[in-house]
Design a protein around this ligand. Structure first.
Ligand SMILES: [Zn+2]
Length: 424
């Protein structure tokens, strides 16, 4: 007890919560029991009085609903009296029971996979990274790499696979979230693979599958800059150019549930060849491969030869910073295309905020003020506030963290509304 009081008098140890901080005005009716739970999870800890005020419901309802959530083993009382002692009031708050469930979020990529083992309160219990030198893989090979990664993250978190309730995976490509099939992915040899069905058969565990940029967007909504926004867009530039859109606190997936392909919108008729096979896509001027393709023109041939694309990009970036005009021109041109892409996002969706998210944002050379000034110049924005741009330089693990979000949501629904919510 003493330990607990000492811990909770230290403000830094207060759980900060996860999930959207603002309620959706989408008109979708969320059951009250779930609203209570989500309020507590979003704030890390909340008293019954605070819940009563925030949800504008009666104290009696809050007592009944929290008693039910405590009985289900997903909320618990925590004594915060020590914090209020000066005012002489006992104070009991509620928090999510972190041990109620464990789950894993995974991001699969070309040469490095990453995983996060999360508890039910959204805390990171362990992480793991697995290097891979495979080119395009078969589905079976992908599953065995996934298995190695799951074993590694479980070992790092001192858990076994039996402790894990469900897994979320994000990967690049055309991924159908609801059917679990992958129409096309740069990681896979074959088209039209049902990774979800193959996973369930191998692991006997639910899998939630999505396009990796959708997962990254959910990471911003649950853990990042988007927590206190109901509407925003995320643009990411790495191996490809991706986009995610949140409307009314919900990820917008489009009719086919596949995600928004900003990278393959056309910016030049009959332009540069894109990885998708078409010409003139934004991605063909902006993605990692588009920059390294140009590298030979700016670097000595021996530097350009025999380097991995990542090494080449690093060298190109160093050279540009050191004043190599050829390298600089490559980034400057990419920056101009980024201005065009961002301006098109603003014209189409009018979001209050665009978050430029992902690891490439650490190379902030391209994201200089001139890029954003150019973007505003290309945008018709009379009589309205210009769209804000935030640059969020996360490390690679954020993608895996985003992949925990749909799993947390599905487990929550299963625990509150019944297990069929996880039957997929
Ligand atoms: Zn394309």
């Amino acid at each position: 007890m003493l330990n607990k009081i000492q811990a909770i008098t230290n403000e830094e140890n207060q759980p900060s919560g996860c999930g959207p901080l603002l309620s959706s005005n989408s008109g979708i009716e969320v059951p009250l029991r779930r609203q209570v739970f989500e309020h507590v999870r979003a704030h890390g800890r909340a008293t019954r009085t605070a819940i009563t005020q925030a949800l504008d419901i009666s104290a009696g309802s809050v007592t009944t609903l929290t008693a039910d959530l405590i009985a289900k083993g997903i909320l618990r009382e925590v004594d915060e009296t020590a914090r209020e002692m000066a005012r002489g009031r006992p104070r009991i708050a509620l928090e999510v029971v972190p041990e109620a469930a464990y789950l894993i979020g995974i991001k699969l990529s070309f040469n490095q996979h990453s995983a996060i083992l999360s508890d039910f309160a959204g805390n990171v219990v362990a992480t793991a990274v697995l290097q891979s030198n495979e080119n395009r893989r078969s589905t079976a090979q992908m599953l065995s790499e996934t298995e190695a990664l799951i074993n590694k993250v479980c070992a790092n978190g001192e858990k076994t696979i039996d402790d894990i309730k469900a897994v979320g995976i994000g990967l690049p490509g055309i991924v159908n979230h609801s059917s679990g099939s992958i129409t096309w992915s740069s990681l896979l040899k074959d088209r039209d693979q049902n990774l979800q069905a193959a996973f369930v058969e191998k692991f006997d565990m639910p899998l939630l599958l999505d396009n990796d940029t959708n997962m990254l967007t959910l990471a911003e909504l649950w853990f990042g800059i988007g927590r206190d926004m109901t509407d925003f867009a995320v643009v990411t530039i790495e191996d490809g150019v991706g986009m995610g859109l949140v409307v009314n606190n919900q990820l917008y997936r489009g009719t086919h549930g596949m995600g928004l392909e900003l990278g393959h919108t056309k910016v030049q008729l009959d332009g540069a060849l894109c990885a998708c096979g078409q010409r003139g896509c934004l991605e063909a001027y902006l993605a990692d491969y588009a920059l390294t393709r140009e590298a030979a023109t700016a670097l000595d041939q021996d530097k350009a030869d025999l380097k991995s694309s990542k090494e080449l990009l690093d060298i190109l970036f160093q050279q540009a910073k050191a004043g190599n005009s050829g390298a600089e021109a490559i980034f400057r041109r990419a920056g101009r295309f980024l201005s065009v892409g961002l301006s098109n996002v603003v014209q189409l969706f009018d979001p209050p905020l665009i978050i430029l998210s992902g690891k490439r944002m650490q190379q902030n050379y391209m994201y200089a003020d001139t890029v954003f000034a150019e973007m505003q110049k290309l945008t018709l924005s009379d009589n309205r506030d210009p769209c804000k741009i935030a640059v969020h330089a996360w490390d690679d693990l954020v993608w895996a963290r985003g992949a925990t979000v749909p799993v947390l949501s599905a487990i929550t629904a299963a625990m509150i509304d019944g297990p069929e919510a996880l039957d997929r």
